[in-house]
Design a protein around this ligand. Sequence first.
Ligand code: SER
Length: 313
Amino acid sequence: MSRILVTGAFGLVGSDLVPELQKIHGKESVVALARETISEEFDGILEKGDVTDKTLLESLIKKYDIDEIYHLAGLLSAGGEKNPSLAWDVNVNGLRYVLDLAVEHKLRVFWPSSIAAFGPTTPKTNVPQHTVLEPTTMYGVNKVSGELLCQYYHKKYGVDVRSLRYPGLNGYKAKPGDGTTEYAIHIFYGLLQNNSYQCFLKADTRLPMMYMDDAISGTIALMQAPSEKISIRTSYNFAAINFTPQELVDEILIISPDFKISYKPDFRQAIAESWPHSIDDSQARTDWGWKHNFGITEMTQALYNGIKTKLEK
Ligand code: SER
C-alpha cells in the first residue's frame, strides 16, 4: 500500500493539511514526520526526525512505500535571519534530499515557496507570475533557490514536483511560527489573553494574506490537477486577500470594540517592506482552477472562534 509523507507535520500548514489528507486518503495512508512539535491529540502514523537526515528520509520512504511527499518543514523569514546557515541547510539542502529521493523512488512532491521569493526590485502591486526575483532575506534566497531546483529536477529528471508561493497564511490549529506575516495570528492571542496587542509591523504595512482553509484546498487542488494542466514548475503565484495591520484591527474591533492596539516595528518591518502588497495569480486560476473563498471578515471570525476554543480547552 502506498502512502503520503508530510514533513513539518505540526507546523503552520502541516497542522491543517495532515488531518485533511487523512480525511481524503484514510489515516493509514498518511505518515506525519516532525522534529519535535508533536501534538498530543494526534491520531495517525507518526515518525520523529529531521529533514536534513537523508538516510532517515530514505528509510521512511521504503518502510511506508511512500509515493507522494508534502515537504513542508522549514524555517520562516524571521527565524531565517536569526540563523541563516541553519535556514540554508533545512530549507535548501532538505529540499534537495527530497528531490534526489523523488528521482530514485519516483515520488510526486509538493513544496511551498513564498511571497518571500520577491524582493524590493519586484513590482509592489499585482506582481506577475514571471517577474524580478531578488529577495533580500535568507528565507527568500532559499525560496528562489528551491523554486529553481524544483524546475531543474522536473526538466532534467521528470520529477512531478509542484509548488505554490504562499502568501501570509493564517490558521489557528498550530502556534504561529517565527515569520513576518504571523502578526496576523499573534494578534488574536493578544486579543483573547490581554485584550491588547503590540504589533511588530507599522499600521499601514500591506501584505498578501490568505485564510488557512483556502491554502489547504488550493494545495490539494494543485496536487490533484492532471499533469498537463501544470505549466509552472518553479512555483505558482497564489493569492486571496491583502490587508494592513490597521485593516485587521478594524475587523477585530467589530467583534471586540475595547481591543487596544499599539505599534512598535522591529527588524521584521524591513522584511515586510521588501515584499509586495498584492499578487496576480491568474495563471493558477486559469491552469488548474484555483479560487479562494475567505475574505478578511470571514477569516477574522474564523480565527477568533478557532483560537478562542483552543484557549478555553
Ligand atoms: N509567513 C512567512 C513569513 O512571514 C511568509 O512566507 O515568514
